[in-house]
Ligand binder design. Structure first.
Ligand code: AHR
Length: 668
């Protein structure tokens, strides 16, 4: 029996309220709809890993993004391959004081490690009159430090026999004031690591690190590092806490890494090699970044796996399919390059070794390296991406097949994710799907960067998919912008993903992070500078979906009582998570949508529910975004939370341009 109870939806503006607030509104500014939720019909399973995140080191997402290291080019491995103006001494400056004489140079004989050949030589020819020879580093756009917090300084150094070899480290504030200093113990003639905890006497947003010597002779230095002691989960060599917490607050079910284009790289030599990114930092093989900067690889495969575990997410590494990015060496137009077939045996072994590194016992060759890094337990890898939006050429097909078959043979429990090109349609998409079908690849990675209108016109896309084919990982997805309209069009599309949870198993917005001043790709989910983090409106859409994900999609239908005009849309999805019933209602119209919700079936419902409403002006952009207008700087569009009374039949007023999420509890 249906029970008709009235309730007042707190916090969701009623049309009458809205007309009071906006006297020019008329009754026509309200549309109406009703939603039937068929609790009495069978629900469709949804993948438990549907909503995750995509991490790629672009727009400074890793070095002085998520990775907490504060010194830039501390390894002296920068070069013109990273960026035409850079060299091994970029971001280091020599200064002398009180008549001291000296120099700064780069050498590579007898390095700390062959993978990390360059080191710097600080040479003091004369200390002058109580002077010094110093080198300083500005970090990444300045070093932001806080009074009273500990920053762990470390360095590898050696001296020449017969010389004294002394070093002092200090942090100097933007105004030239001394924030903290420490003398290092005397330097030995062999490479050794020296450490000093530094506690600044005051806050400074733009400090620099200075290393100095006041005695005649040469000091050889490498791997200069300054890391906040306070990192995410207090991990050594850890992650920037505020950024990592912002990501963790999304509650992603998985993390895809390390890209994107970074994974398949700029030419064969730049293909991301996971083995180069593990082990002691000084032994990692640093690389240029395809986005025209540098990868220190301090955030490497171990750190990625650890982060996934820390936030309760499944790791989804993506390895190159033996080919580089088809946009490789754009200037010279070399395009996709293939690893020579005679090297593919070794490359295939690298791919298999990654699975052993993640899942093998601590006694196995690669599992022991994981254990040596402090994680004897397996990381429980279950997905592996092979390829990133590659052009589907014969070179790609030959190599993908080799890798896919090797993984399927040796690790049948791993779900391989193939790739179907950079766009949601076109030649690579068609060829990629056909190829995946021929090989029975269990899942493929689709990419979709489109206008909001495309999303609204394609809300039925996955309804048409053949259920017997590969499952979909919609691995790179965004509409072109960070306005409320963009975010809501994405939300509308995401309701269609929940309704098609039997086809779309995984989804991630891309890209995730972008440092203000170094935005290589727009739009992004989260902007940041050295001190602050600015989530976009799109971020809050992702968060509402991830924290209200379900395991079953309940049949439901939204029926509009009239018609919405061109470019407007309203969508709904209803999912179950345990005994929770979650309604997501998107209103992409400039009018309030008065919606009657009816729950068909016998289950009873708790009268109090949680409600989140994300609403704003359709063109609004959150502060921090490089395209936000200065005059909106104070206003952040984010969800407003309230509790509300619900029943088997109730009505809600979804504000103009809004996403409303209602989480109800079903009673046994
Ligand atoms: O997400 C940014 C880029 O978009 C990725 O690196 C690439 O895979 C895609 O073209």
């Amino acid at each position: 029996m249906k029970c008709h109870l009235q309730f007042r939806l707190r916090n969701v503006v009623s049309p009458a309220d809205e007309r009071t607030m906006n006297p020019s509104m008329t009754a026509q500014d309200v549309d109406s709809a009703h939603i039937e939720v068929q609790l009495d019909l069978p629900a469709k399973p949804i993948s438990p890993d549907l909503f995750g995140i995509f991490f790629e080191d672009l727009s400074y997402a890793a070095d002085r993004g998520l990775y907490a290291e504060l010194v830039q080019n501390g390894s002296f491995e920068y070069s013109s391959a990273d960026c035409p103006d850079w060299s091994a001494l970029s971001f280091w400056q020599l200064t002398t004081a009180n008549g001291a004489k000296g120099s700064l140079s780069i050498q590579d004989a007898n390095p700390l490690n062959a993978n990390n050949p360059n080191y710097a030589v600080i040479r003091c020819d004369s200390p002058g009159n109580n002077g010094e020879v110093a080198i300083s580093n500005p970090g990444f756009d300045g070093i932001a430090v806080k009074k009273g917090e500990t920053y762990d300084f470390s360095i590898f150094a050696r001296r020449r026999p017969g010389e004294t070899g002394s070093l002092q480290v200090r942090l100097i504030g933007a105004e030239g004031d001394l924030l903290v200093s420490a003398d290092l113990p005397s330097i030995s003639t062999e490479w050794a690591k020296y450490k000093a905890p530094l506690v600044p006497a005051k806050d400074d947003a733009n400090a620099r690190l200075v290393l100095s010597t006041a005695v005649r002779g040469m000091v050889f230095v490498d791997m200069v590092s300054l890391c906040p002691r306070k990192t995410f989960r207090d991990r050594p060599n850890g992650l920037r806490a505020d950024l990592a917490e912002t990501i963790a607050a999304l509650k992603p079910r998985f993390v895809r890494f390390p890209g994107g284009c970074v994974a398949h790289g700029d030419g064969v030599k730049n293909i991301y090699r996971w083995k180069d990114t593990i082990g002691p930092l000084e032994q990692r093989k640093q690389q240029k970044n395809i986005w025209r900067y540098h990868q220190s690889l301090g955030l490497g495969y171990f750190e990625y796996f650890q982060f996934c575990e820390d936030i309760g997410a499944t790791a989804v590494p993506v390895l190159a399919a033996g080919v580089s990015c088809q946009n490789s060496d754009f200037a010279r137009g070399t395009g996709q390059q293939c690893i020579p077939m005679e090297q593919m045996g070794a490359y295939t072994q690298d791919v298999l070794d990654l699975i052993e590194y993640a899942n093998g016992p601590a006694s196995s060759v690669w599992g022991s390296k994981r254990a040596a890094a402090g994680h004897p337990e397996p990381f429980r890898l279950k997905y592996l991406g092979i390829g990133n939006e590659d052009a589907i050429t014969s070179g790609f097909k030959e190599r993908f097949k080799m890798l896919f078959e090797a993984v399927r043979t040796h690790y049948p429990e791993i779900t391989v994710i193939g790739t179907v090109g950079p766009n949601p349609s076109g030649r690579d998409y068609d060829e990629g799907w056909k190829f995946a079908g021929d090989l029975s690849v269990p899942m493929v990675d689709e990419h979709c960067y489109v206008q909001p209108d495309w999303l609204l016109k394609n809300l039925g896309r996955y309804d048409q998919y053949d259920r017997s084919k590969s499952k979909v990982y919609l691995g790179e997805f965004a509409s072109w912008g960070n306005t409320v309209r963009n975010a809501l069009a994405e939300a509308a599309y995401m309701t269609s993903l929940e309704r098609n949870g039997d086809v779309v198993h995984m989804f991630s917005y891309a890209p995730l992070l972008s440092k203000i001043g170094h935005v290589h790709w727009y739009p992004d989910l989260i902007y940041f500078n050295n001190a602050e983090v600015f989530p976009s409106v799109n971020y809050y859409v992702q968060q509402l979906f991830m924290s209200n994900a379900g395991t079953q999609c309940v049949p439901s239908e939204l029926k509009l009582d009239g018609t919405l005009s061109e470019g407007r849309a309203a969508t709904v999805s209803v999912v179950r998570s345990g005994n929770d019933l979650i309604v997501k209602l998107v209103n992409l119209a400039p009018t309030v949508l008065r919606t009657q919700i009816q729950l068909a079936g016998d289950e009873r419902i708790e009268p109090e529910a949680h409600c989140w409403v994300l609403a704003g002006d359709e063109k609004q952009i959150n502060p921090g975004d490089p395209r936000a207008k200065a005059n909106v700087a104070e206003q952040v569009i984010k969800p407003v939370t309230s509790s509300l009374k619900v029943a088997r039949e109730f009505s809600v007023n979804a504000p103009a341009f809004s996403l409303t999420v209602i989480r109800m509890k079903l009673l046994k």
